[in-house]
Design a protein around this ligand. Structure first.
Ligand SMILES: Nc1nc2c(ncn2[C@@H]2O[C@H](COP(=O)(O)OP(=O)(O)O)[C@@H](O)[C@H]2O)c(=O)[nH]1
Ligand SMILES: Nc1ncnc2c1ncn2[C@@H]1O[C@H](COP(=O)(O)OP(=O)(O)O)[C@@H](O)[C@H]1O
Length: 225
């Protein structure tokens, strides 16, 4: 049995991926599991670390990382990232512990095999939040996810949302806007994404996302009942 299909959420920084994902996980307890990525960027206030799992070099070799303590049915216990160092991440990469990795806005990001395995083991729909480079890398694997791009209505609105979020320095904001221009172009290429959702009105975008995932959601719910 292969279990439910994973879901890749991609799109520019500030497009609304985390917001939509949090809504999904909150409304569907015990259906989704988040693939907790590794990153070398600093944690933002309020962001949750993958609880001790940033001792990565030793732990990543294991088939199943002890991320089971992150109860995906209770969103508040889901980690945002495993915050780590460039050195530790480089070593783990060399060991082949990641299915994909990318450099984004001056930091390293990557999806470990263990992050995916953890969610798979619980028979949940695995959600991956990755940039466009990650999308291209994942296409070279046998993961076979549903590829969804979340796009902002315009660059102007994206910039406003990112500024209002108050998480970025001016430098990091400019890097994100630059990456967003590239992302917006590439996401228009035919065949890259199964669906592109324009996140103008949040509730409408959320309904669209739920509709796309409805079949997979039902499968997981039926398997549980
Ligand atoms: N390739 C790849 N990209 C990732 C991964 N985790 C996060 N990202 C992407 O990195 C970018 C920056 O993420 P983040 O620093 O959390 O900023 P935010 O998207 O503005 O909240 C976003 O486009 C994410 O989708 C990963 O494991 N692999
Ligand atoms: N449809 C929307 N309308 C207005 N603001 C939004 C909308 N969607 C998201 N936001 C806000 O925009 C900011 C960026 O959203 P976020 O989910 O952090 O994006 P991402 O995860 O793609 O970087 C957040 O402050 C969020 O509250």
């Amino acid at each position: 049995m292969s279990g439910p299909r994973p879901v890749v959420l991609s799109g520019p920084s500030g497009a609304g991926k985390s917001t939509l994902m949090k809504m999904l996980m909150k409304d569907h307890e015990g259906v989704f599991g988040f693939s907790v990525s590794h990153t070398t960027r600093n944690p933002r206030p309020g962001e949750e670390d993958g609880k001790g799992l940033n001792k990565l070099p030793m732990l990543l070799g294991a088939t199943l990382l002890p991320v089971a303590d992150l109860d995906s049915s209770l969103f508040k216990h889901v980690a945002d990232y495993h915050f780590t160092t460039r050195e530790a991440m480089q070593e783990a990469l060399e060991r082949g512990d990641f299915i994909e990795n990318a450099e984004f806005s001056g930091n390293m990001y990557g999806t470990s095999k263990a992050a995916i395995e953890d969610v798979k083991a619980k028979n949940l729909i695995c959600i991956l939040d990755v940039d466009i480079q990650g999308v291209k890398r994942i296409k070279e694997t046998d993961l076979d996810p549903i590829y969804i791009s979340i796009q902002p209505p315009s660059m102007e609105i994206l910039e406003k949302r990112l500024r209002d979020r108050q998480t970025e320095t001016e430098e990091s904001l400019q890097k994100r806007l630059e990456a967003a221009r590239v992302d917006m172009e590439l996401s228009k290429e035919p065949g890259v994404f199964d669906v592109v959702i324009i996140n103008d009105d949040l509730d409408r975008a959320y309904e669209e996302l739920k509709d796309i995932l409805n079949e997979e959601i039902k499968k997981v719910q039926e398997a549980k009942s």
